[in-house]
Design a protein around this ligand. Structure first.
Ligand code: SF4
Length: 331
């Protein structure tokens, strides 16, 4: 099995406070996953679960504390530019902050074409830009000379995607790409991701708190909670038949998991809680309806249950096999 991106045992710790009261928070805690070519893999969870920190580390914006990342079999260099020249691009949450309001949007595209030496003449550059814009339902003619404020949020996010495509990336890291887009346009953006996967073979690391779009667009999904992946498998396995109590809670917060009908549903749970990050044992123990004594002192192992990774003591007795003793999870 080819792995385009492989994240192994990734940990990121931050130290907060002063000399007298210093605490260390583990924002990402021994996280491992991989992405195959032409696959949409989602990291999902509430605010403060560690998904965006993971994305920033993958993009080289944050240093790794421990662990390793491989891209195309080569070790991650931790340098942002190295990623950009090696077939990885990013799309961020707020399309308006992606572009300077005083610059035409078109200038960003020409700059990228120039930096990556992708055309030998202005017309060749325009043709390339137009081709990428057409993939997202726009054209060079309708965007030339315009400034960011002349577009809607949805149009500008499409333009961000087209810009990411200018370099023909093999992997796009999309961090909450639809959360600031009008509800009525969200589906068109996630449909674009499917189209890029199916027609161009692009892989996407989709970071979201919105389980409805995650269900609609993902091949596989990992649910994160306070820095840990607590469940990982195919999207059908994890969202239609969740095993971890936290995944069940998330699933129940969507009244109907048919995104074609309820795609505007956004799951928003509790905000960042430092206590949960610092908790011994299972970090979900304070909220878990199935909590046991062991959960309060012993960190659950990653277990393989029916082909799904589950981090929960409920499965440690009979059903679960330690993931370290198996080859892959839902691969
Ligand atoms: Fe709940 Fe215990 Fe499983 Fe944590 S390990 S999710 S507290 S049952």
């Amino acid at each position: 099995m080819d792995k385009l991106l492989e994240v192994n045992d990734l940990t990121k710790r931050y130290t907060q406070g002063n000399m007298l009261a210093r605490i260390t928070l583990t924002a990402v805690d021994h996280v491992s996953f991989y992405i195959k070519p032409a696959e949409i893999f989602t990291l999902a969870g509430e605010s403060g679960c560690g998904k965006t920190t993971t994305a920033k580390i993958v993009l080289g914006f944050e240093e790794i504390t421990t662990g390793s990342i491989y891209h195309n079999g080569k070790p991650h260099t931790h340098k942002e530019r190295a990623w950009l020249t090696d077939g990885v691009q990013a799309i961020f949450q707020d399309p308006f902050s992606t572009f300077n309001p005083l610059r035409t949007v078109e200038s960003y595209f020409h700059e990228t074409v120039q930096n990556f030496r992708l055309a030998s003449s202005k017309q060749e550059a325009i043709d390339r830009i137009d081709q990428k814009l057409r993939l997202v339902g726009l054209s060079y003619q309708e965007f030339a000379g315009k400034y960011p404020n002349e577009f809607s949020g949805g149009q500008l996010q499409r333009i961000s995607i087209a810009r990411a495509l200018v370099t023909d990336p093999k992997l796009i890291i999309a961090d909450e790409p639809v959360s600031m887009v009008d509800a009525s346009l969200r589906m068109s953006i996630v449909n674009l991701f499917k189209q890029l996967r199916d027609e161009l073979g692009v892989s996407i690391l989709y970071i979201t708190h919105d389980l409805a779009t995650a269900y609609y667009v993902s091949d596989r999904i990992a649910i994160m909670f306070r820095g840990n992946i607590v469940e990982m498998g195919t999207v059908e396995q994890v969202l239609m038949n969740p095993k971890h109590p936290y995944s069940k809670l998330l699933r129940e917060s969507i009244p109907q998991a048919d995104p074609q009908k309820r795609w505007d549903t956004v799951v928003t749970l509790a905000e960042f809680e430092q206590d949960e990050y610092l908790r011994q044992g299972c970090k979900f123990a304070g909220r878990c309806p199935a909590v046991m004594d062991i959960c309060k002192s012993v960190v659950p192992a990653d277990l393989q249950v029916d082909g799904v990774l589950v981090k929960c003591h409920l499965y440690s007795e009979n059903a679960g096999i330690p993931v370290s003793a198996t080859q892959t999870v839902a691969g």
